[in-house]
Design a protein around this ligand. Sequence first.
Ligand SMILES: *Cc1c(COP(=O)(O)O)cnc(C)c1O
Length: 388
Amino acid sequence: MQNYGDRTLTLVRGEGNYVWDDAGQRYLDAIAGIAVCGLGHCHPAVTEALHDQARTLLHVSNLYNIPAQEQLADRLVYLSGMDNVFFSNSGAEANEAAIKLARRLGNERGYAVPKIVVMEGAFHGRTLATLTATGNEKVQQGFAPLPEGFLRAPFDDPDAINQLAAEHPDIVAVLVEPVQGEGGIRVPAHDYLNRLRNLCDKHDWLLMLDEIQTGNGRSGKLFAYQHNDILPDVVTTAKGLGNGVPIGACLARGKAARLFTAGSHGSTFGGNPLACRAALAVLDTLENQWLIERAEKLGARLLQQLRQQLAGCDAVVDIRGLGLLVGVALDRPCGEIVEMARAEGILINVTAGNVVRLLPPLTLTDDECARIAETVSTLIQRFTRSAA
Ligand SMILES: *Cc1c(COP(=O)(O)O)cnc(C)c1O
């Protein structure tokens, strides 16, 4: 279909932090399949696990116990502080599960239209429910009627949510990204999640965190909420979990963990042996290569180098990030920088129209980090000078 527009680059091979196009040109990958390939491309631990599982058993469905799924569930539950998990194949489906949990709670409470508070600038996916939760009209355009049950609040403004509580006694949950990814790498105040946690406790709402982009080590913790020393009631993740093999997870704790009963939700492929083996290899590698700590260090370094090299560039409005989620916000649309960087052999992305987004693999070397900072800074300066 035409939904992806014109694509002009064909990538045919990847190894580590590099990919190659069909003409043999090499690119340093500073977008990593949109925060998916955190271990870089074709990481041997993932490749080996896939190879082994492909020879053993690919799929049986959730009619049966799946040992790798149980192992992965145990690991994720232990690492996240949650009680249990539902596995899906994508981020949007993980969020659908979270939304259904909130709906179930609302139904139990007898609300005709239970409400979930979602944020301006949010991105939660492209299914009907998740695009409704998304705070971007372009994503919703032309898909009416949208499902009911969502209230919008400004991002990074707990007081505004508290005010919604007065008008809406049927709120059941707050769904939020710890750092808005598609929305422009928007990093909230450091105590934002703590304040949301208090608010949700006060009103008996579920705190549901969308860590589809921020999770799996990229923020410098396995999950970004671990920077805040709080536990959500529900956390969703996907992107980096399988390093390229489609898998999503909706983790839940306490009462949220008991809302689904036998038959109330499901997926044919979700948590299949192949995807779970990939995710187990990802978690092993994050741990035994100290990649989460590395993401924290590299992120700080990348921010510092960008700030140094872009100091005095008036077109730069903000340079921000958490771990290896880094954004440079300009005062103008800057989609052209993607092409300019490609010509220099680096893959980057622009999101929210004016934010250069960098989501490199956690396996980046210091030299590669410096090259990204230098090239991106030079291109931003060249671009904003030429357009001025
Ligand atoms: C990518 C993303 C999604 C959607 O994930 P899909 O796998 O594309 O369905 C949802 N939420 C956030 C925060 C994301 O970054």
